[in-house]
Design a protein around this ligand. Structure first.
Ligand code: PA5
Length: 441
């Protein structure tokens, strides 16, 4: 079943059919490089087949871990940074109540660590952990990243003091490389249950491995449906080369055409605040994959209507350097009626025959037209609702389009050499052994 559809009605004055046809050979060639594995970074293409090839024993084991830990943990601390937490957070925050931390639940509430070095953050986290039972997933592919290593040292110490060494070990799950890295060695030494991140799957493409699946299942969401959505979208992405049947090729073509016309910034727009972390995940996926060799679209994101009252002015009237990609969601999961009021002092009785969702969609439609007419090309991605199946489709769609788009841009979408520069400087400034006398870059 297809749930992700590209609507290009707001692009007519910006991208012609002839331009779409002209770029098609490059797009189809980029797809071929992904499928045949003969492009740059081809050691990191494991994600292409992941939804179809993931060992069911891994999914079964994740469900066992949830059964074992959920009854004794009010909180589940996910320690990781970048691709080691953003995918899980994107799906969990898209599906859970905005007020989940205040609601009773049979599943642990997921909190995050290892994505920051803020001392106050860890002080506040430890206070929360003092007051609540919890379990931990520590996630790092390299097993050597400083931020999660520091966070794990702090949380592990707290866990051990709270529960004693044996019970603490049973409340920790490590997700890391099969053989390398400090986290792997600690997990073996301490006998933590462990999941492996496949060698050929990079961090930002790893949400459909235990990196994403364990926290998502722990939070109470259906990972079978997530994988089913991704599997169906994979078939679609690997299938037809026609733009109308392959939304990933269409999206990759549109963004490359717009980029070549000087649209160097892409704003991912949603009208639902629970999609905020989908945008954060998407920004990492596209920013880290394409931003290299002084090339690449700058990914940015906006949550409307909230940001129409802050960034809306710039989008409407500022520099014409961006295009927007709207994720338009058909139906909400719940309904809330607008109460009638005979006195109508607020003047909004004219809305009474509409749902809140109708009003939100009219705001969305009005915004797309205003921005399009103001000089901002608008790509619209329609999805029917937000559920596990649709999110699985959306994740695979964005990943595949990212690979195609990066190859069309001419970069290696699967490395991230630029991330090393800050680390080197930080290690020199911290006087890490081995960095003595090295020059800041
Ligand atoms: O996409 C990536 O590869 C990065 O964002 C990594 O996920 C991030 O740097 C964390 O790395 P690691 O999982 O090795 O700790």
């Amino acid at each position: 079943m297809t749930t992700v559809k590209i609507d290009s009605v707001h692009l007519r004055q910006y991208v012609t059919d002839a331009e779409l046809e002209a770029i098609r050979p490059e797009i189809v060639n980029a797809k071929k490089m992904l499928v045949e594995g003969n492009g740059k970074g081809n050691g990191f293409l494991g994600w292409v087949d992941l939804p179809a090839t993931l060992d069911p024993a891994i999914v079964a084991s994740i469900k066992e871990d949830v059964k074992r830990l959920a009854p004794k943990a009010r909180l589940f601390v996910v320690i990781g940074i970048g691709g080691s937490y953003l995918g899980a957070r994107a799906v969990i925050e898209a599906l859970q109540s905005e007020f989940a931390s205040w609601s009773p639940s049979q599943h642990p509430f997921v909190v995050y660590a290892g994505h920051t070095l803020s001392e106050d953050y860890y002080h506040q986290l430890l206070q929360l952990l003092d007051a609540n039972d919890y379990a931990v997933a520590v996630i790092s592919k390299s097993g050597t990243t400083t931020e999660p290593a520091v966070a794990f040292r702090i949380v592990k110490d707290h866990l051990t003091r709270k529960y004693g060494a044996a019970e603490a070990s049973s409340r920790i799950i490590a997700i890391t490389d099969a053989a390398r890295g400090a986290l792997h060695d600690i997990a073996v030494e301490e006998k933590y249950p462990m999941y492996v991140i496949p060698d050929n799957v990079g961090g930002r493409f790893s949400v459909l491995t235990p990196v994403g699946l364990l926290p998502i299942a722990m939070a109470g969401f259906d990972i079978d449906r997530l994988l089913a959505g991704a599997r169906d979208m994979r078939q679609q992405c690997l299938g037809s080369d026609s733009y109308s049947e392959n939304p990933a090729l269409h999206y990759a073509a549109l963004r490359n055409i717009l980029y070549r016309k000087g649209k160097k910034v892409e704003m991912l727009v949603n009208f639902l605040p629970n999609l905020k972390y989908i945008s954060e995940w998407w920004k990492q996926l596209y920013g880290e994959s394409e931003g290299k060799e002084h090339k690449g679209i700058l990914p940015h994101s906006l949550s409307f209507t909230t940001d129409l009252h802050s960034m809306g002015q710039y989008v409407q009237d500022g520099e014409r350097l961006m295009f927007e990609t709207f994720i338009s969601v058909g139906k909400p999961a719940h309904n809330v009626a607008i109460p009638s009021d005979e006195r109508n002092l607020d003047g909004i009785n004219y809305l009474l025959d509409k749902t809140l969702n109708d009003i939100n969609h009219n705001a969305e439609q009005g915004t797309m037209i205003a921005h399009r007419n103001g000089g901002v090309p608008v790509v619209k991605i329609d999805v029917p609702s937000v559920d596990e199946y649709v999110l699985g489709q959306l994740i695979y769609f964005f990943e595949f389009a990212c690979g195609v788009s990066g190859y069309t841009l001419g970069v290696n979408p699967f490395d991230q050499p630029g991330v090393e520069a800050y680390k080197k400087n930080m290690f020199i400034l911290l006087e890490k052994p081995g960095y003595e006398g090295k020059e800041l870059v």
